[in-house]
Design a protein around this ligand. Structure first.
Ligand code: ZN
Length: 84
């Protein structure tokens, strides 16, 4: 088993909102299913533009974790396509 890795789920704006230990999962499709558990919810997330990215733990801690804190405010509000 290699170093810890995480699947990080992000909103269309790029802000992460969810994380899951990758374990042996290295397929994005499988990761989506593991995360949402229900096919209908996977479809909803994909329709919404959610993305999943596999990254090592170091990058998660430096790049993603600070943006997972409840004190973090998405800076992209208003920049979303079609949102006014
Ligand atoms: Zn954002």
């Amino acid at each position: 088993m290699s170093a810890r890795r995480q699947w990080v789920f992000s909103n269309p704006c790029g802000c992460p909102f969810g994380v899951m230990e990758a374990g042996r999962i290295d397929s994005e499709a499988v990761a989506f299913f593991e995360f949402y558990e229900v096919a209908r919810d996977v479809r909803k997330a994909l329709d919404r533009g959610v993305t999943a990215e596999l990254m090592d733990h170091g990058r998660y801690v430096s790049d993603v974790y600070p943006r997972m804190l409840s004190s973090y405010v998405c800076p992209h509000e208003g920049a979303k396509a079609g949102a006014r």
